[in-house]
Design a protein around this ligand. Structure first.
Ligand code: NI
Length: 226
């Protein structure tokens, strides 16, 4: 499941993030790439544990915690501290799959990457290229979102970022270990949750809604890993 969550950050939060990031010193993005990804990765990153990344990462995580859509779609158990990258001057990231298990450099905290997330911090009209292309069995999906929007997609997918040929594309990226490991199972729960919420609006107090809510929680109880 590939899902967009609009307006995770406010205009003020985006402006704050951009001015802090524009003033920070960036390093070669190859430092966090695995063996295969290193060969195809050409971008810049803030070092893990960089004070600006830590501060802004906390802002991103608290914004996500306020998002019912994020909670429903990702069913997060652990979230990797958000990182920040910058593509400019032809920078790109060729086709790769994200590393399955990641340890955060400063804390050693390890997570299994079930869901990949990109939070766009640059308005799309301010750069050319820089599309995130995500492959699945239904074809390739091109994602280029307004600043403050986030895309979630299965970390199991092959994906790439096309060269940025004008301007700069600044984003936050991170991973989620979900309570529900398999994308198909998360998708089922997400669809069921959405149907229950629509039913609650259309038929408030419906017994069917109560029954389906029970099914949702009992599936979650059965499948969740903690
Ligand atoms: Ni990736």
């Amino acid at each position: 499941m590939l899902i967009t969550i609009p307006d995770v950050l406010s205009a003020e939060e985006i402006a704050h993030a951009r001015s802090a990031l524009d003033a920070a010193e960036w390093i070669d993005g190859k430092v966090t790439a695995g063996y295969q990804a290193q060969a195809v990765k050409e971008n810049l990153q803030l070092p893990e544990g960089h004070p600006v990344a830590v501060k802004l990462g906390e802002m991103v995580l608290s914004a996500l915690a306020r998002s019912p859509l994020f909670m429903s779609a990702a069913l997060p158990l652990k979230v990797f501290p958000p990182m920040f990258n910058r593509y400019t001057g032809g920078g790109h990231f060729g086709t790769h799959v994200d590393t399955a298990i990641r340890a955060f450099a400063t804390t050693g905290q390890r997570i299994r990457t079930d869901v990949s997330a990109t939070l766009f911090l640059t308005a799309p009209e301010n750069y050319d290229g820089g599309e995130l292309l995500v492959e699945d069995t239904y074809g390739t999906h091109s994602v280029k979102l307004p600043a403050g929007h986030i895309v979630l997609y299965p970390a199991t997918s092959l994906h790439r970022v096309t060269p940025v040929t004008r301007g700069a594309r600044v984003s936050s990226f991170f991973w989620i270990q979900s309570m529900i490991r398999a994308d198909q199972d998360r998708t089922l729960l997400y669809d069921l949750d959405g149907a229950i919420q629509r039913l609650a609006k259309d038929l408030p107090g419906s017994q069917t809604g109560v029954q389906l809510t029970g099914v949702y929680h009992n599936l979650l109880r059965r499948w969740a890993e903690m």
